[in-house]
Design a protein around this ligand. Sequence first.
Ligand SMILES: NC(=O)C1=CN([C@@H]2O[C@H](COP(=O)(O)OP(=O)(O)OC[C@H]3O[C@@H](n4cnc5c(N)ncnc54)[C@H](O)[C@@H]3O)[C@@H](O)[C@H]2O)C=CC1
Ligand SMILES: O=C(O)C(=O)COP(=O)(O)O
Length: 313
Amino acid sequence: MITKYIPEKGLQELKKNCQIIMPEKGKPFSDKYILEIAADIDALIAVRFNVSSEFINRAKNLKIISVYGVGIDNMDIEKVSKNNILVSNLPEVVTEPTAELAFGLMLALSRRIVEADYFVKNENDKNWHPFLLISNELYDKKLGIIGFGRIGQAVARRALAFGMKVYFYDKAYSNNDKFNMDVNYSSFFDILENTDYITLHVPHVRSTHHLISKNEFKKMKNSTFLINNSRGPVVDQQELINALKNKEIAGAALDVFENEPEVPKELTEFKNVVLTPHLGTTTIETKTKMAFEASKKIIQFINGKMPENIVNK
Ligand SMILES: NC(=O)C1=CN([C@@H]2O[C@H](COP(=O)(O)OP(=O)(O)OC[C@H]3O[C@@H](n4cnc5c(N)ncnc54)[C@H](O)[C@@H]3O)[C@@H](O)[C@H]2O)C=CC1
Ligand SMILES: O=C(O)C(=O)COP(=O)(O)O
């Protein structure tokens, strides 16, 4: 079963190997229906799907979950593993589009592109003056990257091309680690206190839940912009709203939220906040590649091979 409609172009090989249950475009399966047929499923492509305990209890024939993305925070991996279900993800294909969107969000925020678009389309008085929609440059500014894995490093490459100074913090690295680009290892607190833009690229796990909360906002400069396209709960959303209200930071750009797809109304009312609805990988190129790659793991499994990118070997 494929829990949501994904590009069929990427499913051609899979179709030759098994019977596919996938909703039609624009007609999603209900959660109730997915639970009803759980017992009949041998393999699952989990597309933004909450793999609940109830689902796992019912899915007695399920052998592999191929996650249509890199994040595996939508399941209890221990429970899934105890049921002898393999889980694979897509670490490579999502990297560049997600970094691209993070960078786009940072640019939109700093140069006020969304406000400027609104201005041109809606304001009657379009008289220009030197301070009209005055904004901030990325050039020569300090970017702090928290989580320097695949996506964090892809953001760094873009930032260096824009003339930014890049600082990163990642619990897996120290000062001694060398990278093939001009980046500086920093402590978490140095990044909070000294950078102009902070972008988050950690997974959502216990240690990153509300990584950015009240104390962290207090440490940031009031000219700092925050970008998050990792996972919503990495930022304490209510404390972000408070920090924006108290002008403790200059603005935020978010692709992810604490209770997706819900977004608190307050967050939508700030001019210095840019919001997108979890679109990191939503390009036609990547969504098609993701369909192909997610299918590949299942085909490998059917052919008796250990699929690539298993996260619970
Ligand atoms: N908005 C979107 O559409 C998308 C969001 N994502 C999110 O981005 C996340 C990152 O993806 P990748 O870069 O591929 O993962 P990755 O595993 O390559 O990098 C994550 C890095 O975070 C570091 N890290 C983990 N816990 C930490 C902590 N407590 N403090 C500091 N560093 C910590 C790890 O050491 C690792 O280097 C995914 O887990 C997913 O949640 C991924 C793709 C699309
Ligand atoms: O790869 C991830 O973790 C993502 O968030 C992107 O996946 P999706 O947009 O849910 O298909």
